[in-house]
Design a protein around this ligand. Structure first.
Ligand SMILES: Cc1ncc(COP(=O)(O)O)c(C=O)c1O
Length: 390
């Protein structure tokens, strides 16, 4: 299929920053515009035509999520983004001194800080160290688990190193220890399918803006039976309220306090439609070509120091963090912008990785279905020009 027709991908500079935020598909924007033009109303309020239609479209997204992840509608909570979802789990569980949480050494700050904050409650945070290329190991995980490990919180794909992780084994290992397991799937859902009927993760967090959807919306999956109490309460969450107290609704509505992000949620549903339309097979095979081409580009640049796996079959997605000789990462990004490539530079909200690599930061080129091999070839030429200065 002609994937490029689904996006308005910018040409100059070409968009090489999808790990920060993907492009939003045209269909997603059209669906949100449809809401604003045709049935702009609050949901679950009153009986008029517009609120009814908005409510139907809104509710339908839970069904789409359930189908997409092979799970149940009641297992999803609307959140603003991955960060809110992970904080929600940290705030929504009861902790006692002596509980242990395991996180890895390659987490985004959003899957690190919410757990480090629990130290204030006497929770011990243990670190599962990744190898040099950012690969996690179930064997190593086993060695840090104890009977007190309440929860294991791991990335399904690092936003700096992009290594393919043994997700099934990691989840299995945590479950065998009777620990809860949370997956930060922010960098995963846009690239690979997650079948939660087969993968027994307790919590999964992801953001709409990284999967062709709008900004300001995401979802938290929480498996039926996994503990979780609402971190916000208010309008929309209660069965009954008086001046003395309240009782919360039983179902997922107890998590969604206040008027939700209606347009964005409907947009998130449209983003799932877009992934279905393209198909994960197509996304994976296209990215495989991009990964191979990018690795060739880096192999041809002796001054480029590439972080993460160098073998194509070890990469989970087309995401490459690197430095160019002595040139500062921000300067490389400015030059790349001038040569026609929008790349991110900095610590990528994962300072522990930068510290481990002994650098302040790096440049990151991250590609997706709307990028092509011709762009990669030109990117190689641009690196060649920068290399002359490095
Ligand atoms: C691996 C990972 N986790 C979490 C996040 C946070 O996502 P958000 O900013 O959408 O909350 C990101 C964003 O870059 C990420 O790459």
């Amino acid at each position: 299929m002609d994937v490029s027709s689904l996006f308005d991908a910018p040409k100059n500079p070409a968009y090489f920053d999808s790990a920060a935020s993907s492009l939003t598909a045209k269909q997603v924007r059209a669906k949100m515009e449809e809401f604003y033009s045709n049935y702009r109303a609050n949901i679950h309020r009153g009986a008029h035509k517009y609120t009814k239609q908005a409510s139907e479209e809104y509710e339908a997204v839970y069904g789409k999520l359930a189908k997409f992840f092979h799970s149940k509608e009641s297992e999803f909570v609307q959140v603003r983004n991955t960060t809110e979802a992970i904080n929600g789990v940290a705030l929504g569980l009861e902790w006692k001194a002596g509980d242990e949480v395991v996180v890895s050494s390659i987490e985004h700050h959003s899957n690190l800080l919410p757990w480090l904050r629990l130290k204030e409650k006497g929770v011990k945070v243990k670190i599962l160290r990744a190898d040099e290329e950012g690969k996690l190991s179930a064997e190593k995980l086993k060695s840090v688990l104890t009977p007190n490990t309440r929860l294991v919180a791991l990335t399904a794909c690092s936003n700096v190193l992009g290594a393919k992780e043994p997700i099934e084994q990691l989840v299995k290992t945590a479950k065998e220890n009777h620990s809860l397991i949370l997956l930060d799937a922010a960098q995963y859902v846009g690239h690979h399918p997650l079948d939660l009927s087969k993968l027994p993760a307790d919590y999964v967090a992801f953001s709409g803006h990284k999967i062709f959807g709008p900004t300001g919306i995401g979802a938290l999956y929480h498996r039926e039976g996994a503990p979780l109490t609402p971190w916000f309460v208010g309008g929309g969450t209660i069965r009954e309220a008086s001046l003395e107290g309240y009782t919360l609704l039983e179902n997922r509505e107890r998590f969604e306090a206040g008027t939700p992000a209606v347009a964005e949620w409907i947009g998130l549903g449209a983003a799932l439609d877009v992934i279905n339309k393209i198909g994960y097979n197509e996304i994976e095979s296209h990215e495989k070509k991009l990964v191979a081409a990018m690795l060739e580009v880096f192999a041809a640049q002796p001054k480029a120091l590439l972080y993460g796996p160098k073998a194509a079959d070890q990469k989970a997605c087309a995401l490459f963090a690197f430095n160019m000789g002595k040139v500062a990462h921000h300067e490389v990004a400015v030059m790349l912008d001038r040569f026609g490539f929008a790349c991110r530079s900095g610590h990528h909200c994962a300072m522990p990785i930068a510290k481990r690599l002994g650098v302040e930061g790096s440049v990151r080129a991250s590609l997706h279905v709307y990028n092509d091999e011709e762009q990669v070839r030109k990117f190689g030429e641009a690196l060649g020009k920068i290399s002359a200065l490095a």
